[in-house]
Design a protein around this ligand. Structure first.
Ligand SMILES: [Zn+2]
Length: 284
């Protein structure tokens, strides 16, 4: 039960009808969603979930008929399709299977389209009886004010040191997968690279690629790499195939521009492939 903190229990105790959860780097959206689902539906009603009752068990397996969690934080389930939307709206209209509360949980908001955000807004403006909507985000800034103002906000971010530690760990893991592909330079296999990184946030991938090119430019001008320090020789090799530094610079600019479109993106894998395609263009 580390997914929820004490302050949040205080908010959850009153079972508000719409909640916006700002997630911590140390726990996954699914774990948090399940923890909240149990708090809402536990039969013991003692505040903390008992972990023993039928509701706690079913939610733990994400099999409870009155608890739906859509996870858009990884690629496997991220494309919410039109039939999903109609499925959702029928879930919104349904009455609960057990005559009690129904929970719709969606994470993360950064990865859903404007259409879905608007549908959610309508629902939380006039919530159907007994329906609770739980929305997850990484950053409050990515959530439209209209949605934010109608939700109780739970902030699960721990102290700054823990968050930084967890995010450094995440970047080390991402670098292990991503960096070997980048050193292939113009020979990078776009779809393989995209597949290897698909479970990471697009923003994080963009940041690392931009830093990689930054270092490549430093090396091209006879300096040492700043972020990927131990890789100077590999940079020199990769730069062999760069025909013009201007081209690499332009690619970096285009990759930087892609940051503007991260939040309304629906097809994650296609977006990641585009990052690598742009990267590859830098070597033309
Ligand atoms: Zn329980």
């Amino acid at each position: 039960m580390t997914a929820i903190n004490e302050t949040s229990y205080f908010v959850l105790k009153n079972k508000p009808s719409a909640i916006l959860v700002i997630g911590s780097t140390t726990s996954t959206v699914v774990d948090t969603a399940i923890a909240i689902g149990k708090i809402y539906l536990c039969e013991e009603k003692s505040g903390l979930p008992c972990e023993q009752c039928k509701n706690c068990m079913l939610i733990g397996k994400n099999e409870h008929p009155d608890f739906i969690h859509f996870d858009t934080s990884s690629i496997t389930s991220e494309n919410i399709k039109v039939n999903d939307i109609s499925m959702l709206s029928s879930f919104f209209k349904l009455t609960s299977n057990q005559g009690g509360t129904r929970i719709f949980s969606l994470g993360i908001l950064e990865n859903v389209s404007l259409t879905i955000k608007n549908a959610l807004l309508k629902t939380i403006e006039e919530p159907p009886k007994n329906l609770k909507v739980i929305l997850h985000t990484k950053s409050k800034n990515a959530v439209p004010l209209t949605i934010k103002s109608r939700c109780q906000i739970i902030d699960l971010r721990k102290d700054i040191k823990i968050e930084i530690g967890a995010s450094m760990k995440k970047f080390i893991e991402l670098d292990e997968k991503l960096v070997p592909f980048l050193f292939k330079g113009e020979n990078i296999k776009v779809s393989d690279a995209a597949k290897a990184c698909q479970n990471y946030e697009i923003e994080d991938i963009l940041d690392r690629v931009i830093l990689w090119v930054h270092d490549a430019l430093l090396v091209a001008f006879g300096q040492n790499p700043l972020f990927f320090k131990p890789h100077k020789d590999e940079y020199l090799n990769a730069l062999d195939s760069v025909r013009s530094v201007q081209c690499l610079l332009e690619a970096n600019y285009n990759i930087l521009e892609m940051k503007k479109y991260v939040f309304n993106n629906l097809n994650k894998i296609l977006f990641i492939e585009n990052i690598f395609m742009e990267f590859k263009n830098g070597f033309k």
